[in-house]
Design a protein around this ligand. Structure first.
Ligand SMILES: Cc1cc2nc3c(=O)[nH]c(=O)nc-3n(C[C@H](O)[C@H](O)[C@H](O)COP(=O)(O)OP(=O)(O)OC[C@H]3O[C@@H](n4cnc5c(N)ncnc54)[C@H](O)[C@@H]3O)c2cc1C
Length: 368
């Protein structure tokens, strides 16, 4: 027999940023929520990795956007108003913003991580979180937040302890990260160094070792207790983010910055939007299209253009970003939807196989 409480229950599959943001919004809206997380802890696939929460794709600061969405940014973070990028010839380009370009945050189950902050807020609102619960099929309409379903990009490298100063550094060189970029993030005595590659995945180990050697030479990379870590990112631009009648959010829907692989912001935002659609009985596809589609399309066009640039083109891009008085405004312009990105979209879609899927319908929730 179905009780009234059961009828009100919303089930969310996946306890990453997308699923937990959805759960928090639903609980705030008065719904009973159950989150199923396949692993025994949140952020399992990230360990204690560091990531950058981008702060350029919208005029508002991302932390203010989170607060407005009912999510308190209680996680540890490093606000970076400047960083340094290097071209393939080792030339340094300072990147300066009038406001933070990026917030470095910790992922995984640690006490100060983004994942733990979201989990604690969800629990405090009465959300039930079932760890070790892998769901294959949802009976009633719910939310699918199961993360990437294929690899369009790979980030591979190490996380480690370090005595290095805090900050972020980039290298744009196809010899260390084909069609992508290499990065070094340091916060509070912890660091991550990665090659983020969009091609030639088979040789990821080679690119990782080249990345480490490059940062040793350029900034004296200091790594202690290094652990290898790698993960995949999924980029799609679906015409509908409904999967078997459920709202798909975050990377499960392929919502990811196609140019550089920043997915956390889209994950949390789409989670919030899916919950609002459920609470209001409104159309989730209409909500995410209005909020996210323009930026996702521009990023897909940027990715197709970036692939054609090569090392000389990356150098030109770095010069332009470094010459800008406010690198944050430059990046917002780059990521902004406009007539040019709209006209190039069909061309960009043809260059990114799978980005033009008509819908997300798989035969089950997540490949095992
Ligand atoms: C190495 C690496 C570095 C990255 N760096 C950045 C960065 O610097 N900035 C940035 O913005 N983004 C970055 N990203 C991308 C970012 O991590 C993702 O976009 C973001 O985590 C997506 O959130 P999500 O909630 O959609 O998915 P996830 O974080 O993957 O969460 C999905 C959850 O669902 C669970 N799950 C899966 N299947 C099931 C099932 N059937 N039943 C129950 N639970 C299930 C998983 O265990 C997981 O906990 C990086 C990704 C990688 C791999």
């Amino acid at each position: 027999m179905t009780t009234e409480a059961d009828a009100q229950l919303v089930e969310v599959v996946g306890g990453g940023p997308a699923g937990l943001a959805a759960a928090i919004t639903l609980a705030r809206g008065g719904r009973r929520v159950r989150v199923h997380e396949a692993q025994r802890e949140v952020g399992h696939r990230f360990g204690a990795d560091l990531q950058g929460l981008e702060n350029w794709s919208a005029r508002d600061d991302v932390l203010d956007t989170l607060r407005a969405d009912g999510i308190a940014p209680t996680f540890a973070r490093l606000a970076c108003t400047h960083g340094i990028a290097f071209d393939a010839w080792d030339r340094a380009y300072p990147l300066r913003g009038h406001a933070p370009l990026v917030y470095v945050v910790e992922r995984g189950p640690g006490p100060r991580s983004l994942d733990t902050a979201l989990l604690q807020q969800a629990l405090a609102l009465g959300v039930e979180v079932r760890f070790g619960s892998r769901v294959r099929q949802l009976e009633k309409p719910g939310i699918l937040a199961t993360g990437p379903r294929r690899a369009d990009a790979i980030a591979a490298g190490y996380h480690f302890d370090t005595a290095q100063p805090e900050g972020f550094w980039l290298v744009l060189d196809d010899r260390v990260a084909p069609a992508g970029y290499a990065y070094l993030l340091v916060m509070g005595g912890r660091g991550t160094v990665k090659s983020c590659l969009f091609a030639d995945f088979r040789n990821q180990r080679l690119y990782v070792e080249r990345t480490v050697a490059r940062f040793r030479r350029l900034v004296g990379l200091d790594m202690r207790n290094a652990h290898f870590h790698a993960g995949a990112g999924n980029i799609l631009l679906p015409s509908s983010a409904l999967m078997q009648g459920h709202a798909a959010v975050g990377e499960c829907a392929g919502f990811q910055d196609a140019l550089a692989g920043f997915g956390m912001r889209h994950a949390m935002r789409s989670g919030v939007l899916s919950a609002r659609a459920l609470l209001q009985g409104s159309d989730y596809d209409a909500l995410w299209r209005r909020d996210l589609a323009g930026g996702l399309q521009a990023a897909l066009v940027n990715r197709a253009l970036y692939r054609r640039l090569g090392n000389r083109g990356y150098r030109w891009l770095l010069r332009a970003a470094s010459a800008a008085r406010d690198a944050r405004a430059f990046l917002r312009w780059l990521y902004g939807p406009g007539p040019l990105s709209r006209s190039l979209l069909p061309w960009a879609r043809r260059r990114h196989p799978g980005s033009d899927v008509e819908n997300l319908a798989p035969d089950r929730v997540q490949p095992s």
